[in-house]
Design a protein around this ligand. Structure first.
Ligand SMILES: Nc1ncnc2c1ncn2[C@@H]1O[C@H](COP(=O)(O)OP(=O)(O)OP(=O)(O)O)[C@@H](O)[C@H]1O
Length: 258
């Protein structure tokens, strides 16, 4: 089932074309890594789908034209983890995660038992339930990131768009996150996460979409997308690409000599 369809998306920012006619489809069951060098357009793509950026071209969410959807309807269909990890108010971790349930509540309705159970499960998944009573502003960068991911999980939308969710996480929490996203996809959600760690993207994602200068330059299985030639052409890096422990391994080694 198609969760997201983007057709010939074009965005200009500050008079400069940033997305230049980009098309993609995301289906239920996929864990897609959105990769590409700094400035390739990854965040702009995610923000355009959310309706935060003026754009040309078609976006449909769950088979419906996104431009006709209210913000609340979109939030029921798509959970979004922004790149910024700022938390403005010293609310408790539990309250912040519970905010993920708000698109599902009626006007003025308080969260019920089912909402609490979903928020609790999200906190346990991201291993933040141990500090549920602490102010969310009094956490380390990585802990804060995990709390914000838990909030996005609590939203329990068919599609999750996450902008650099692994940034700032230690290796064990990065792997926990990748396992969680892979499990969400196996449960029938769609997950699109922008990432800079190509090794972790190669190992865990079912599909990679490589952006460069506002266009999709490769889209497919990680082994097919991350060839040494393409890494050279797009990232200007030399990399070791191999296999270990039942999956692909990628290690950037050096800058390509020009
Ligand atoms: N408000 C803005 N005004 C002008 N140009 C912008 C604005 N926001 C982003 N850009 C430009 O748009 C391009 C794409 O930016 P975007 O943040 O989408 O890239 P990205 O792939 O997410 O990069 P990164 O990996 O560094 O997060 C960049 O060249 C950036 O400088």
């Amino acid at each position: 089932m198609s969760l997201l369809s983007v057709n010939d998306l074009k965005v200009s920012l500050g008079g400069k074309p940033v997305l230049k006619g980009l098309s993609l489809d995301i289906s239920a069951g996929e864990f897609v890594g959105l990769i590409g060098p700094n400035g390739a357009g990854k965040s702009t793509l995610l923000r355009s789908v959310l309706g935060f950026v003026a754009h040309q071209g078609g976006v449909s969410i769950g088979g419906r034209d996104a431009s006709a959807m209210m913000a609340r309807e979109r939030a029921q269909q798509i959970a979004y983890l922004p790149q910024e990890r700022d938390i403005a108010w010293p609310v408790s971790v539990e309250m912040l995660v519970m905010l993920g349930r708000f698109p599902h509540l009626g006007a003025f309705a308080a969260p019920g038992e089912a909402d609490r159970a979903i928020a609790d499960a999200a906190m346990r998944r991201m291993e933040v339930d141990g500090f549920r009573d602490r102010p969310a502003t009094a956490l380390s960068g990585g802990e804060r990131a995990r709390v914000l991911i838990a909030r996005a999980l609590a939203q329990d939308a068919p599609l999750l768009l996450a902008d650099e969710p692994a940034a700032g996480l230690d290796p064990s929490h990065q792997i926990t996150l990748m396992r969680t996203f892979a499990a969400l996809a196996a449960e029938g959600h769609g997950v699109v996460a922008s990432m800079h760690d190509l090794g972790i993207a190669a190992r865990w994602c079912s599909r990679l979409i490589l952006l460069d200068q506002g266009i999709v330059v490769a889209d497919g299985a990680p082994r097919a997308v991350l060839t040494p030639e393409r890494l050279r052409a797009v990232y200007r890096i030399e990399a070791f690409v191999g296999e270990a422990g039942g999956g692909p391994v990628l290690l950037p080694l050096d800058i390509t000599a020009s």
